[in-house]
Design a protein around this ligand. Structure first.
Ligand code: HEM
Length: 141
C-alpha cells in the first residue's frame, strides 16, 4: 500500500461514510447473491446490528491505516473470531468482491482505476492479516 493509496482509501471512505447504513445493506445483498451459502452463516444474526459492526470495523481499519502497528493486532483478533463463525479462506475472496462492487456503486465518479487498486490493496491487507492469525504463532503468549 503506497501513501497515495492510503489517502485515496481514507478520502473515499469519508465520501461513503454518510451513507454507511445503505452501503452496508447493499454489501450484504450483493454478498448473499454471490454466495447463498454465506447467508446461512448469518442465519442467527441481527443484521441491523451486524451492518453497524461491519461499518464500525471498516472505519477503525481505514483510520488505523495511519498506525499499522496498532491496527494489526486488532485485525488479527477479528480474524481469530471469524474462524469461530465458520468463515473459510474462500469466503474472503467473495467478501472482497462484494465490497468492491458496493463501493463502486456508492462512489460513482470517484471510483477510478486508482481507487479500485487502492481498495483492492487495503482489503487484501485486512483479509491477509485476518487469515494469518489463524496459525496463531503467538497463541501461547
Ligand atoms: C475485512 C473483512 C471483514 C471484516 C472487517 C469483518 C467484520 C466483522 C465484524 C466487526 C463482526 C462482528 C463480530 C466481531 O467483531 O467478531 C463480524 C462478524 C461476522 N462476520 Fe465478518 N468481517 C470480515 C470478513 C468476513 C468474511 C470473509 C466472512 C465470511 C463470509 C464474514 C462473516 C461473518 C460472520 C458469519 C459473523 C458473525 C455474525 C454474528 O455473530 O451474528 N466476515 N465481521
Amino acid at each position: 500500500m503506497t501513501p497515495d493509496q492510503k489517502t485515496l482509501v481514507q478520502e473515499t471512505w469519508k465520501m461513503a461514510a454518510p451513507n454507511a447504513e445503505a452501503v452496508a445493506q447493499l454489501f450484504y445483498q450483493r454478498l448473499f447473491a454471490l454466495d447463498p451459502a454465506i447467508e446461512r452463516l448469518f442465519a442467527g444474526s441481527n443484521m441491523a446490528a451486524q451492518r453497524a459492526k461491519l461499518v464500525q470495523a471498516l472505519r477503525l481499519a481505514v483510520e488505523g491505516l495511519d498506525d499499522l502497528d496498532g491496527l494489526v493486532p486488532v485485525i488479527e483478533d477479528l480474524g481469530r473470531r471469524h474462524v469461530g463463525y465458520g468463515v473459510k479462506a474462500s469466503h474472503y475472496d467473495t467478501v472482497g468482491a462484494a465490497l468492491l462492487w458496493t463501493l463502486e456503486r456508492g462512489l460513482g465518479q470517484a471510483w477510478t482505476a486508482e481507487t479500485k487498486a487502492a481498495w483492492t490493496e487495503v482489503y487484501g491487507l485486512l483479509a491477509g492479516v485476518m487469515q494469518q492469525s489463524e496459525g496463531g504463532s503467538e497463541a501461547a503468549a
